[in-house]
Design a protein around this ligand. Structure first.
Ligand code: FAD
Length: 415
């Protein structure tokens, strides 16, 4: 019996398990998935918790709800991966052998990487919204907050869902307006980038959104430390930004098991072929989702598009064939902009987000890089798609490769 191990049962690992369990004969293949946490969190829903729009119950389900019957499931911390021996060691010392391995261990926030971040003010005046604990603590804080200086700071790139800090800022503006205290809150968006977003056309558009909402933007700010006494963040080049409330998007890193196994870069992301999704070092290891070092976004949509490519290439590898499927970096993200509206962006390694209609040219119903109510409804509706179709590895009416149909070409966009 051949062994296929999937490490990590989040978005990517669960999708792969479902796809492979339908394709591989259980007489020949034992499929095993390992995760330390029995609960699956719908991470895009974390954005809404600080504003009381979702509760914790709305975004958590047992992981076992999404596993096919044929798979072996192990809930355990992984101690170390030994790629040369083709083994994974669990916390209790058990050793599992594999013929093929899928690494889907994701990324996580590491506030401890920033001097002073997790000291006196942590979860008192400094919060994250990338974890359940952080998002709930922030909701409790915002509920009672009467105003002051709110700073939203991205520590460094890459982060998962790179638009989430912008969405948080737009929703915060809307929340304070509806609460009648917007004029008492000074909002600053402090980023290590040279603009509101990584891609120029979207950065121009989204930068305009921040300006229209009266948000101060501080660019090229690489945080060095948090001064807990003076309540300010200080950059490596000694620039300072004061805060009463700091919402941090700390350094994002791959899990420490990657470090313990000597398989990652300095942020514990795994060197991966950007087209085939095969590990650059070990041909029987494939990497998917946030765990890779790819220059694509770290997003659930990316993991979904990658899952189709990885499925094809893994099946080819199993059959001793050439890896012919190629990932183009396709990403697709709804951006919540507040007041019941949103935008949508669709891009890949080579093409930045462009305006237009999606998925049907000229019709939509979604509009690219444009604020509409339909895009907001698409964002909310995605939760159902995630639980009922995406995680179960079912086909969605979306191509894994990005299409130019419906997009307006750069030369047609007025400067
Ligand atoms: C606030 C927020 C908003 C977001 N919004 C969007 C959005 O609108 N659209 C979008 O497409 N994406 C969004 N994302 C990103 C998306 O959720 C992630 O990119 C996606 O979940 C990545 O999937 P993954 O399988 O790679 O990692 P994950 O889903 O994080 O799964 C990794 C799994 O590995 C397990 N694991 C790791 N290490 C170990 C170990 N040592 N032992 C045992 N188990 C281990 C973890 O427990 C986890 O279950 C958002 C994320 C956040 C935080």
């Amino acid at each position: 019996m051949k062994q296929l191990l999937i490490l990590g049962a989040g978005t990517a690992g669960t999708m792969m398990l479902n796809k492979l369990s339908r394709a591989l004969d259980p007489k020949d293949w034992q499929l095993t998935i390992i995760d330390k946490d029995p609960n699956h969190i719908y991470q895009p829903g974390l954005l809404f918790i600080p504003f009381g729009m979702y509760s914790v119950d709305d975004i958590i389900k047992p992981k076992s709800d999404f596993f096919p019957g044929k798979a072996k499931v192990i809930f355990s911390e992984m101690k170390v991966i030994k790629p040369v021996k083709q083994q994974v060691e669990l916390e209790n010392g058990d050793i599992l052998h594999y013929d093929f391995l899928i690494l889907a261990t994701g990324s996580e926030i590491r506030p401890d990487e920033i001097e002073g971040m997790t000291e006196d003010l942590w979860r008192k005046s400094i919060f994250d919204f990338y974890t359940i604990e952080g998002a709930v603590a922030l909701q409790n804080y915002l509920d009672k907050w009467e105003g002051g200086k709110m700073v939203i700071n991205i520590a460094e790139m890459p982060i998962k869902c790179p638009v989430a800090p912008l969405e948080f800022t737009f929703l915060a503006d809307d929340y304070f307006r509806k609460k009648g205290i917007r004029e008492k809150v000074e909002i600053s968006f402090v980023t290590p980038l040279d603009a509101a977003f990584t891609k120029p056309i979207a950065a121009r558009e989204l930068g305009g959104f921040l300006k229209n909402r009266g948000v101060k933007v501080v660019t090229d700010f690489n945080i060095g430390r948090v001064d807990n006494e003076e309540k300010k963040i200080v950059s490596w080049d000694e620039r300072e930004v004061d805060f009463d409330l700091l919402v941090t998007i700390p350094t994002n890193m791959g899990n420490d098991v990657i470090k313990r196994s000597g398989m990652g870069d300095e942020l514990n992301f795994v060197p991966t072929d950007k087209h085939t999704l095969q590990s650059k070092e070990w041909p029987n290891i494939f990497v998917i989702g946030d765990a890779t070092d790819l220059p694509s976004s770290k997003a659930g949509s990316v993991a979904h598009f990658e899952s189709e490519i990885l499925f094809e290439n893994l099946m080819a590898a199993i059959n001793g064939e050439e890896l012919s499927a190629s990932f183009d970096g396709h990403a697709n993200c709804f951006i919540e902009s507040g007041d019941g509206k949103g935008l949508l962006i669709d891009f890949n390694y080579d093409t930045e987000p462009l305006p237009g209609k999606f998925p049907i040219p000229k019709v939509g119903p979604f509009s690219l890089l444009k604020e509409t109510r339909m895009n907001h409804l698409g964002k909310l509706g995605f939760k159902w798609v995630y639980w009922n179709l995406l995680l179960k590895g079912k086909d969605l009416p979306m191509e894994s490769s990005m299409s130019m149909a419906g997009k307006v070409f750069p030369e047609e966009i007025p400067a």
